[in-house]
Design a protein around this ligand. Structure first.
Ligand SMILES: [Zn+2]
Length: 175
């Protein structure tokens, strides 16, 4: 598959960000279609978070199970549209970061699991929120032991084949 199979609006976003399709070919990252998602709840920053219905169900079951073990899991980020992901890139490019540097941490629009409505960035309390140190937390240990039971997997463990920095907070649901 090549980028000519991508939807027009995704190609337009890449052009606007001056991203070369070669970048995608070198890394061989899968691209993901958007949604379908529904608004599910309001987060600690009063933002409405959306995700796909099955992910919401699986999340609720997992959150309950974690709470019974004394772990208060919380969603920091769920669905992000291609356009929202492009806005993140635009901010970083405007701040002078090179695309190669941004790519270590953030997928370009179209290549992030967050578009699918199945990926969740998780935290527990105020410790190590969206930080590599989350890997050492009790919550992360719990997720590594139990999340698979609810259909969630850690997409980017250390040494992941996508070439992203480890993201121990990022969990994706799959049927
Ligand atoms: Zn994430």
């Amino acid at each position: 598959m090549n980028t000519t199979d991508w939807p027009e609006n995704l190609l337009a976003l890449w052009q606007r960000l001056r991203l070369s399709p070669q970048l995608w070919q070198t890394r061989q990252l899968p691209w993901f279609a958007e949604g379908p998602v529904q608004p599910c709840y309001t987060d600690r920053f009063q933002r409405t978070q959306a995700m796909c219905a099955e992910t919401w169900q699986a999340w609720q079951a997992m959150q309950d199970a974690a709470a019974r073990d004394g772990i208060e899991l919380e969603i920091i980020s769920a669905y992000r549209s291609w356009a929202q992901q492009a806005a993140i890139w635009e901010r970083k490019l405007a701040a002078g970061q090179a695309p190669e540097e941004i790519l270590r941490w953030s997928a370009p629009p179209g290549l992030s699991e967050h578009h699918t409505g199945r990926a969740l960035d998780l935290a527990a309390g105020e410790d190590a929120v969206l930080s590599p140190a989350f890997a050492e937390s009790e919550a992360c240990q719990w997720l590594r032991m139990h999340a698979a039971r609810f259909g969630f997997h850690e997409s980017y463990p250390s040494g992941n084949s996508s070439g992203f920095q480890p993201e121990p907070w990022h969990w994706c649901w799959q049927a």
